[in-house]
Design a protein around this ligand. Sequence first.
Ligand SMILES: [Mn+2]
Length: 337
Amino acid sequence: MPPVVVAVEEASQVGEARRAATTMSEALGFDERRRGDVAVVASELATNLARYGKQGSLVLQALDRGDGSPRGIELLAVDCGPGMADPERCLTDGFSTGGTQGTGLGAVRRLSAGFALDSHVGRGTVVVARLWREQGVAPAPAADDGGAIAIAAPGERVCGDAWEVQRRRDGGLVAVVADGLGHGQMAADASALAIRTLRRHGAEMTPAVLLERLHDALRATRGAAVGIVVVAGGTATFAGVGNVAGIVVTGGEQRHMVSHNGIVGHQVHKIQEFAYPCPPGALVILASDGLRTQWRLDAYPGIARRDATLVAATLWRDYTRGRDDATVVALRLPDAA
Ligand SMILES: [Mn+2]
């Protein structure tokens, strides 16, 4: 189910955001009561965007539990300012700088199985709210530590990029971003096949072996740029072909992982994996070339410890080129116990 992006810059767009969220949750099999919860969350987030945000949008994404069968919805409220000086206070029911009741964010947090908010004065606010079809189920195996956003280029109906995060048997995580050549349906077909191949052949392979499999599998497609990372045992192991960026963020340092030129499925000169230290608390980012590369995460104090989807959505908001499909996957390693 493709993500939906609804621009919300004025009160008249709140209804459209709510309807889009209700429609998606219905398609995901939410019953009437749970659709009502989704509608409240969408309305509150959109109302905040219209009232306080600048260039706001509500992004709706289907969530699965690593099995390819979506049964959750993720609502991302993303705006470009002015930001909150005291986010924790804005979460308290009854508080609002807008002179209204201000029950909004507190209600969103109560109704959501997963909730995160990050705000930087002058940059803007991102709120993540996750609701599952069935209430009270355990969160998805990878959803706590891995998050993503994948949005089609303006004017395209489908995103030519695809991504996947899976938990491995050794407790590690594997993440893949595939960027089908060009845009549109043919690009989406290539990247979707890459993800299906990962699901079939397993997250247990090394990145280089998996990349070999993808190269075989994608021959009949247009081809794709692919980056694969396995994070386990304090090491990030990366293999990439084409323009998918892989970055390890530790403390104030950002290290770009090495990939080779080529097109998976067509022209691959070399498949090679590289290992990088990845200590507790590190973040690993994969991004398609729809995202500019000049970002610095330390421009957002504290964000490295926040929800992974929130990190991905923030980079998407501030660094999308706007002419290409854009995908950002973030993996967050837990802090040392
Ligand atoms: Mn691209």
